[in-house]
Design a protein around this ligand. Structure first.
Ligand code: UD1
Length: 369
């Protein structure tokens, strides 16, 4: 059996590492050979956005690097589609694996399904119900054309049920809650994660606590009002407690273009997965518009303030681990003030049992062979 895995953006390296490891384990256990061909679209191309993840997580070097990165959505997705199609025509895999909701996800799924190659979508069924997000468009379309829909939560399964998936497509689409591969990743890698010298030194200076922040969503970076409100709120907070902000290149570029200089927030270069684990373990709370980091805060028993108006991870909000602050200056500050008073129990296992990767591989074996 041959699988082609399509990845391209930072969170996909983390997710694919989990399934690749599970594939290798199955091969060793059952003396079978599932071959995995790895395709990197090039969507994220800076060393600290890409290479560091491959090194830390021992992901094999991609078999194909398509070098498509840095363009507009349409151009990037179109070029990926064209190049992935060529790879699939020569590799002729039994199935294609795609992850999450990026332009690489959609391009991979679309190229495959047009060639009648079945698609497995890992992290299926998530919805923000905000069609202005490129990620929402990508995930809805990818779900619609995938054969295997591996959901991370019950909420995701229900979203698909509400869209009629379980009713109409039962025979052609397989929907299951396998748990979240990012939870598997955190459980595995936190036992081996060591900080780089830079982050190790920084942690030594942060003994009195700090917050961790990230901003990269287009809805925040490309909207001047929202970006200013978020940045100003983080600046105010940083006057009383350090705020560390590993900065995404998209955000860095926009801050420079708009002459926004941060006086109080501590800017860091993008960090690798291990440094991120160390930052999460040591921080007092997380301010973010990232999808993955909201869950990783929960996995690390840290409260999260989400700088968006909605989230796909609604179970975190329902249980009080995550609060939505949007890009509202006053709201961000008001939530921060009460953050230290919150004494939370993070006992709920919302994201499976840490064996999502294994379940995905077993399902594929069952259904493909
Ligand atoms: C993408 C995903 C988003 C995911 C995020 C994780 C889409 C639509 N969005 O957003 O869902 O949460 O990755 O980080 O696919 N850039 C660099 N160096 C890099 C990568 C990007 O300079 O290594 C710059 C480029 O100018 C690029 C811009 O950042 O055009 C945006 O990158 P892109 O991959 O399109 O979107 P992200 O914001 O990273």
């Amino acid at each position: 059996m041959k699988l082609v895995t399509i990845i391209g953006a930072r969170p996909q390296f983390v997710k694919a590492a989990v399934v690749s490891r599970a594939l290798k384990a199955q091969n060793a256990k059952n003396n079978i050979k599932i071959a995995e061909v790895l395709v990197h679209t090039g969507q994220h191309y800076d060393a600290n956005m890409s290479d560091v993840f491959f090194e830390e997580m021992s992901i094999p070097q991609p078999d194909y690097h398509l070098g498509v990165g840095g363009q507009s959505h349409g151009t990037a997705t179109g070029r990926m589609l064209e190049k992935i199609e060529q790879v699939l025509m020569s590799e002729k895999p039994d199935a294609v694996l795609v992850y999450g909701d990026t332009n690489s996800t959609l391009a991979g799924a679309l190229a495959a399904v047009k060639l009648h190659i079945p698609v497995a979508h890992v992290e299926a069924g998530l919805r923000s119900y905000n069609m202005k997000m490129p990620e929402e468009i990508n995930r809805i379309l990818t779900d619609r054309i995938s054969k295997w829909l591996f959901c991370p939560t019950d909420v995701a399964v229900n979203n698909l049920a509400n869209e009629g998936y379980l009713r109409e497509n039962k025979t052609v689409q397989h929907v299951s809650n396998v748990g979240d591969v990012m939870y598997d990743a955190m459980l595995y890698y936190k036992t081996i994660a060591k900080p780089t010298e830079n982050i190790g030194n920084l942690m030594g200076k942060m003994k009195d606590g700090f917050y961790l922040a990230t901003i990269h969503r287009a809805e925040n970076t490309d909207n001047s009002g929202r970006l200013h409100a978020i940045v100003n709120a983080l600046e105010t907070i940083a006057k009383t407690k350090p705020v560390l902000l590993p900065i995404h290149p998209r955000t860095q570029k926009i801050l420079s273009e708009n002459d926004i200089n941060l006086q109080h927030v501590t800017l860091l270069d993008p960090v690798g997965y291990f440094d991120m684990i160390i930052l999460l373990e040591n921080c007092d709370g997380v301010f973010t518009d990232s999808g993955g980091l909201q869950k990783e805060a929960f996995f690390s028993n840290k409260p999260c303030v989400t700088l968006r108006d909605e989230t796909e991870w609604s179970e975190l909000v329902r249980h009080g681990y995550n609060q939505l602050a949007g890009a509202d200056y006053e709201k961000i500050l008001a939530i921060e003030k009460k953050l230290s008073e919150r004494n939370m129990e993070f006992a709920k296992s919302l994201y499976g049992d840490g064996h999502a990767g294994e379940k995905i591989v077993l399902s594929l074996l069952d259904l493909v062979i």
